[in-house]
Ligand binder design. Structure first.
Ligand SMILES: NC(=O)c1ccc[n+]([C@@H]2O[C@H](COP(=O)([O-])OP(=O)(O)OC[C@H]3O[C@@H](n4cnc5c(N)ncnc54)[C@H](O)[C@@H]3O)[C@@H](O)[C@H]2O)c1
Length: 329
């Protein structure tokens, strides 16, 4: 898929004639013109809304500015939004699309590895509130996800690496072949398109079975319960991908200790994370992480479901009481 083909793919899906492309300043410099050209070639009137890069933009103020902008144009229910960017742009745009006029179509054009394999797929949209991340959101499936893997070539190394944590996660939970492929970094770098494809297929399968995240979709959270706690404890100084990598390493170690998986499985997971140069040290105390996990929005009353790797490519949910969680950390 090339960015140039976007307009042709969008045309049959959208009845209206107006599109608003939402992007951030970094991505706008790199790809906005190509995106606009592709859409204009199909006769669309194209509007743009450019936000500052970074998580700080995924807030209520920017959201209101965006929907007010859409109302001024005005965009109708037959029109659509295009999210050109990483997960921040995707989540914000998706949430605006879910709520503006009670819902208009959104097209996701991911430009980070994380957005390509994770955030653009599955229809979760959100903005952050002062009280926490992703606290206001909606499920709103994109009308189209258009992923041009060549757009990822301009990513700074650390942002690419962040997305690799999610890619490794897919290998551990559902695709031993992918896990094997990742062991050769050079080869993996040259197969980005194939890797994205495999990850998306896994996420799509889980989402189709459990769109609203009450069952099998939770398996996608491998490493995330501990990861979110690390991220939060560091006041988000530790990036999402690094935190998930630490969470996966710790869960693997716990699982081996509890005999939920073999120590060989746990060390394979750790070795792959090492190969991708993740710093797996956790500086926070177990007590601090536990307290944060207790406040997790995914906790259900007196228990919490954590994802356990059984062997590479297979995992399951393990239900723990809050006391049991405290004991195994
Ligand atoms: N909806 C979901 O299911 C879901 C899943 C996981 C994460 N998320 C969300 O995703 C967000 C993180 O997304 P992210 O990691 O993509 O971060 P991001 O969107 O902030 O992008 C990271 C940085 O990369 C830059 N960038 C993007 N594409 C680029 C390119 N092609 N070349 C050069 N620079 C580029 C951006 O300007 C930004 O500075 C978080 O808000 C998280 O909550 C959502």
């Amino acid at each position: 898929m090339r960015l140039e083909g976007l307009g042709r793919a969008v045309r049959p899906l959208i009845r209206g004639n107006s599109l608003t492309v939402v992007t951030d300043e970094n991505v706008a410099d790199l790809y906005l013109n190509r995106c606009i050209q592709s859409l204009k070639c199909e006769g669309f009137d194209v509007y743009t809304f450019v936000i500052p890069p970074g998580e700080e933009s995924k807030n209520g103020k920017t959201y209101l500015e965006l929907v007010n902008y859409l109302a001024e144009i005005p965009l109708t229910r037959a029109d659509a939004l295009v999210a050109l960017g990483g997960g921040v742009v995707g989540d914000l745009t998706g949430f605006a699309a879910a709520t503006y006029l009670r819902g208009i179509p959104v097209i996701q054009v991911p430009t980070t590895l994380l957005a390509a394999v994770d955030s653009s797929v599955g229809g979760k949209t959100a903005i952050n509130l002062p009280a926490g991340k992703n606290l206001a959101g909606a499920f709103h499936q994109p009308a189209l996800i258009w992923c041009d893997a060549s757009l990822l070539e301009s990513l700074p190394d650390h942002i690419y690496q962040d997305g690799m944590a999610e890619v490794i996660k897919y290998g551990v939970i559902a695709d031993a072949g992918l896990f094997e492929l990742l062991k050769d970094r050079e080869k993996a770098k040259n197969c980005t398109g194939e890797i994205i494809d495999r990850c998306v297929r896994i996420k799509k399968k889980f989402v189709e079975e459990d769109e609203f995240d009450t069952g099998v979709r939770q398996l996608l959270n491998f490493g995330h319960t501990i990861g979110h706690a690390v991220e939060k404890a560091s006041d988000f100084a530790v990036s999402h991908g690094s935190a998930v990598a630490k969470g996966m390493a710790m869960m693997a170690e716990i699982s081996a200790r509890q005999n939920w998986c073999s120590s060989q499985t746990a060390s394979c997971i750790r070795q792959l994370l090492d190969l991708y140069e993740f710093d797996l040290t956790i500086t926070q105390s177990k007590e601090e992480l536990y307290d944060i996990m207790m406040a997790d929005k995914k906790r259900k009353g007196g228990y919490i479901d954590i994802v356990v790797p059984e062997k590479i490519g297979t995992c399951r949910l393990q239900r723990l009481t809050t006391e049991e969680l405290g004991d195994i950390l």
